[in-house]
Design a protein around this ligand. Structure first.
Ligand code: 5RP
Ligand code: CA
Ligand code: CA
Ligand code: ZN
Ligand code: ZN
Length: 221
């Protein structure tokens, strides 16, 4: 199953990734950012319905000098004390989130359309792949409509979220480690899609469904 998922990523296809019953207990659609067009954004919006986020490998983040949102908030607390009151020290399923800033490509209009978000996402991958890190601010503005997520240093050794699972998969697949994740929601229950439901979707759409623990075990061995 792992090899099939790696092939799918190389082919620019979605994979479905469940994290863990003891964590978010969510299935995310994941795809390499370099392959994303407006069509894939539409699929995530319509079929997954969660937040469309762009995950960036920590090595790229270091070169882009891209901080976690919490680091920005900490740095700004003296001037804006309310930011200190908002510290996310009570996330029920993890110690910290991977949220960084929000961004739009400067050539987007509103930033939210499928084509605009696709441009932001695939340009992010391109910028990193071509190692044009110093052009980050030239090419993007913030805030924007794509949530950038910073992968933890050493990926799965330090954090085991969809952010790190997807980036580890991208690395293993040999594609640019900039990925897109979007949680699969269930509009009927108002909750996350169940595993059974996500597996059914995978079957119907000929996609690979994978348990994140398989990736974690492979990465850490
Ligand atoms: C952003 C999220 C998602 O759960 C996404 O999967 C990334 O987060 P994590 O790495 O914590 O799983 O919260 O919409
Ligand atoms: Ca999360
Ligand atoms: Ca607006
Ligand atoms: Zn997640
Ligand atoms: Zn989530």
């Amino acid at each position: 199953m792992l090899n099939k998922a790696l092939k799918a990523l190389q082919n620019g296809e979605f994979i479905l990734m469940f994290d863990d019953e003891k964590r978010e207990s969510e299935t995310d659609m994941i795809i390499g950012a370099e392959f994303v067009t407006g069509r894939e954004v539409a699929t995530m919006r319509e079929d997954a319905g969660g937040l469309i986020c762009c995950c960036i490998h920590p090595d790229f983040c270091d070169k882009l000098k891209l901080p976690f949102m919490t680091d920005i908030m900490n740095a700004a607390t003296e001037k804006y004390p309310v930011l200190g009151e908002l510290i996310p020290n009570d996330i029920p399923y993890d110690e910290r989130s991977s949220f960084s800033i929000w961004a739009n490509h400067r050539k987007t209009f509103t930033g939210i359309t499928d084509n605009d978000r696709a441009l932001t996402i695939n340009s992010m991958a391109k910028l990193c792949k071509e190692e044009r890190f110093s052009e980050f601010g030239e090419e993007f503005r913030s805030p924007g409509h794509v949530s950038l997520l910073r992968g933890a240093n050493n990926l799965l050794k330090n954090r085991q979220g969809h952010t790190e699972i997807g980036l580890a998969m991208a690395q293993m697949a040999g594609i640019t480690p900039v990925t897109v994740v979007c949680e699969m929601m269930d509009g009927k229950t108002g909750e996350a899609r169940t595993i059974a439901d996500a597996e059914k979707y995978a079957e119907e759409h000929d996609l690979v469904f994978l348990d994140g623990n398989i990736v974690i075990d492979e990465y850490l061995k």
